[in-house]
Design a protein around this ligand. Structure first.
Ligand SMILES: [Zn+2]
Length: 148
């Protein structure tokens, strides 16, 4: 199901881990609403990046799936408010993250991860922190700022 011009509900709720481990990753209605907000922001990201295709690595993660992949319990992915992605036609994850940071696109957290970019939105009613972080590996702590 198309939830914005270029993003589908399926790609924003697909989980390779869920498929592999046989875990349920079906988004609840509130999650689908949130994924719609993410898709709208990702359309702005896509435009910012020169209308180049974006490959989504992970959007919604059910609590079981999030636990299985070692995600933080409070992860915005569990509410359908986050998207991990790359846009290799534009550049490296660092280049993508820097472009978003330099734009007026509203985000709660922008994280340069090791191999992809995480964009998270604030829960309804909360202000976006517009926090930018870098995580260099699964074992290292978050560093402040986008650090290529
Ligand atoms: Zn993420």
């Amino acid at each position: 199901m198309q939830i914005s011009e270029h993003f589908t509900l399926e790609e924003l709720s697909f989980s390779e881990a869920a498929a592999r481990l046989g875990l349920d990753n079906t988004p609840a209605p509130i999650v689908i609403t949130n994924l719609g907000l993410v898709a709208a922001v990702m359309e702005r990201v896509r435009t910012l990046l020169g209308d180049r295709p974006i490959v989504v690595h992970s959007g919604y993660r059910s609590p079981q799936v999030n636990k299985a992949v070692g995600g933080v319990a409070t992860s915005a992915h569990c509410s359908g408010l986050a998207c991990d992605f790359v846009c290799s036609a534009f550049g490296t994850p660092a280049e993508v993250a820097l472009a978003i940071q330099g734009s007026d696109i509203e985000y709660d957290q922008l994280i340069l991860e090791y191999g992809w970019v995480h964009l998270g939105l604030a829960q309804e009613g909360l202000l976006s922190r517009r926090e930018a972080l870098t995580k260099r590996s699964a074992r290292t702590a978050y560093e402040s700022g986008i650090r290529a």
